[in-house]
Design a protein around this ligand. Sequence first.
Ligand code: GCO
Ligand code: MG
Length: 414
Amino acid sequence: MITIRDIRVILTAPMGRNLLVARVDTSEPELYGLGCGTFTQRYLPVRSAIVDYLRPLLLGREAARIEELWRLMMVNSYWRHGPVLNNAVSAIDMALWDIKGKVAGLPIYELFGGKMREAAAVYQHADGRSLDELTEHVRAQLDQGMSHVRIRFGGGSAETRNSGEAGGMAYGGAAERPIHKPDGALDGAYFDPVQYTRSTITAFDHVRSTFGDQVELLHDVHGRLAPAEAIAFAREMERFRLFFLEDALPPEDIGWYERMRGATTTPQAVGELFNNPNEWLPLVSNRWIDFIRMHISQLGGLTPARKAATVAEAFGVRAAWHGPGDLSPVGHMANLHLNLTLPNFGVQELQPFTDTTREVFPGCPEFRDGYLYPNNAPGFGVDLDEKLAERFPCDPAVVQWTQARYPDGGLSRP
Ligand code: GCO
Ligand code: MG
């Protein structure tokens, strides 16, 4: 019987985004697994949950019993289904799947029933401070073979744009005029919902008329509109024939998706902020959404993500897992092994890997001509150069971009 001999956490930020990977070593010499538990804004409590609680719980137990150990980890804290503990469980869960694949001498997609496709279609983000810059970035994506592109208008990365450092540019909004704040308004990442919706519609109108229907367009509202604003915006976006509109509503307002469905044909995608199955289950079983977009380590790993995908398949809902820069290549590979086997795969978000990231994580999935390919090695097929990883320390600095504020200075949701 192969048992769990040790569990360690490796923290690294080769792309400047805090990543957390657990390594599970077994009783078999040289047999170990890697799993992603990246919660970039709160990685220290995730590390403690693994090292201080899950490690003592799991040492000596049989590594092959993934379902048993997943449930054991989830209920051992009694309170469960929160972002910190779910990411800790995910890091171990994925590592156990990695080990199982290595023991079987098979890539994980083979353990999930084998390939339905050789690679997963991916999308990246195109944004710009002007319509010309946005056009240039969309064209650059098409030149890389992309068939899907996510558009934002307003310049900089999502997080940069939303930070005070970038002048508080609205998330996806290109400021037509300075945001009108009251005297003494507190610092933050200011955001004007009206400016955002108006400038985003201008941007989509321009991109759709420039590129026609040769590209599938996506957009992420990031849950920053009031329900009525979100529904009106989704209706206005109908003429641009989006592949999907993401996070039109935040987790706190998902009860409005029933009305959203009745009000517009714009396809809906949601899920990156979900932790509890009861967040996505009603949306899927009522067919109020079109894509599930969970951050699978936020769910607790590959074990629950597979189950969510299968439930979604029964209701005609497709998978489009969260795939940002704050996900390790191990987590991206977990998305990919699932995607290769799902009848209801939609599209995969991808933050491209830098050369440095590829050196820290040998075996990264290969991006080629709009598709992401596995390397067909046993398990996930990704390794981690811990010596090199040490050269890119994580940073627990106060997060700025999530201090999103409305023009009047009130805090919105980030
Ligand atoms: C996405 C997400 C990201 C998040 C980030 C939070 O769709 O990729 O919305 O941009 O903001 O992952 O840390
Ligand atoms: Mg998003």
